[in-house]
Ligand binder design. Structure first.
Ligand SMILES: [Zn+2]
Ligand SMILES: [Zn+2]
Length: 261
């Protein structure tokens, strides 16, 4: 009787083991397939972990720094972010404005590049200053402007009063030719930055109103963009030394741009 019980117990254990083996095999196939399509170790940004210096430079081919926080991104559509003290007035398809401070929201500069088909995107407090049609955004908004994906993301100070979080001011992520370009606006190193998936990061480094160079480097190192570019230096606040200190603190490729037209 005891021997028979042992036999049954053995058979039961063998049966359970066999069932477990079958289940594991059945489940293993599809798991391997999905793993080969999207290895969990691959960075979501695709290019980010493996960007070479050449690839980083190539990503900036269409990104023109116009000084301070002002950029023109030209590839098909001409996109400005925070146009200010422009030398040349290349007509704009899209103008993105991060907040109403005079060095970011400049009605004089906007009127120089704005035509009948220009779309202006800005925070609510810019509307009265700019006049005309303005697409109003707040942090978290995702819109498509003339076929260009535009995301408005949070931008604020942590330890200074100039850009309170409750103002709802923004940075932008625009996708041009599959390259995600992030303009941080006047921001500190806020926690929301660390999870952004971007290829190009335009980060303020001048301190006082925004991140310092070392804080911006920490932000870039957490975000790991394909390439980072220091901005918000050279006028009002911040020096070339800040830009270079930022570059020296970054573990990702950095391009210190020369302000162009
Ligand atoms: Zn500001
Ligand atoms: Zn500013």
């Amino acid at each position: 009787m005891v021997e028979r019980l042992h036999l049954w117990a053995f058979l039961l254990v063998a049966l359970v083991a066999a069932a477990a083996l079958v289940a594991a095999c059945a489940g293993g196939g599809p798991r391997e397939d999905s793993a080969s399509q999207a290895p969990p170790s691959a960075p979501a940004g695709g290019v980010r972990a493996t960007t070479t210096a050449e690839e980083a430079v190539a990503m900036l081919e269409n990104v023109h720094w116009l000084g301070h926080a002002s950029f023109r991104i030209g590839d098909g559509k001409t996109i400005y972010i925070d146009p200010w003290q422009l030398k040349d007035a290349v007509p704009a398809d899209i103008i993105l404005i991060t907040h109403e401070h005079h060095d970011h929201c400049s009605p004089e500069d906007v009127s120089r590049i704005r035509g009948p088909n220009t779309t202006v995107v800005a925070t609510a407090d810019c509307v009265a200053k700019l006049g005309g049609d303005v697409v109003v955004v707040k942090p978290g908004d995702k819109i498509t402007v003339q076929g260009v994906p535009v995301e408005a993301v949070p931008s604020y100070n942590l330890d200074k009063p100039f850009h309170p979080r409750q103002n709802g001011w923004v940075g932008y992520i625009v996708t041009v030719n599959g390259v995600r370009i992030y303009h941080a606006g006047d921001s500190d190193h806020i926690p929301e930055m660390d999870s952004l998936q971007v290829d190009v990061a335009l980060l303020p480094v001048g301190g006082k109103y925004t991140m310092t160079a070392s804080e911006a480097a920490a932000a870039a190192n957490a975000m790991r963009p394909g390439v980072a570019v220091p901005m918000h230096w050279g006028r009002i606040v911040g020096s070339r030394q800040d830009a270079e200190r930022f570059r020296d603190g970054c573990k990702v490729p950095v391009q210190v741009l020369e302000p162009g037209a």
